[in-house]
Ligand binder design. Sequence first.
Ligand code: URA
Length: 226
Amino acid sequence: MRLDKALADQGIGTRKEVRELIAKGRVSVDGETVKQPDLQVSESSEILLDGGMLDLAPYEYWLLYKPAGYLSATEDRVHPVVTELIPSKRKGLAPVGRLDIDTEGLLLITNDGAFSHRLQSPKYHVPKTYYAELDSDLPENAAGLFSQTMTFSDFTAKPADGFEKLSARSALLTISEGKFHQVKRMFAKIGCEVVYLRRERFGSLTLDSMHPGEARKLTEKERMLI
Ligand code: URA
């Protein structure tokens, strides 16, 4: 594709704006400063803008450690949104599903709609592990209660994929569904209010040593193996 189109598709500016950047000598391709906006480039071209490398692959896949206070959305008039935390101007970046505004933890962000759709489909069955802190002690039979279906007014939750009590008032719960407020509602069903919630794991992905607000690109291997 043409160099000016490739840069505009990255969200760097309009075609006119990127042509000006090229004319000013701020763009290099495979080590050479270029001045021709119609130069043909491909995904394997090494394109630098002001010395920073650009990635021509059509899709980006990010893993974000969502902090509390951010909405899982692409824009909002009142609250900051998760896409603001991604260091990319790429158009179409959106969260894969949602975490509540007060929930922290692992959230994927991509502009690959088919990938996002697949991961959210019940058929795909991606296990997600949540760490929860509770306002009261877990009942003795918590594990037994989570190993059965739970009926709510609008849906029946499948038995949890995993439950681990960490202390009287904290636990890990793994589920493969993603209904609205599902984890909070499941704990409420057994008599505990969630006072802090963090998603620790999404399929095979974990937060490792990341900090709230940090984002990193997924490797191709990670993306294939989720
Ligand atoms: N379940 C919830 O209740 N909240 C979340 O943010 C995610 C899962």
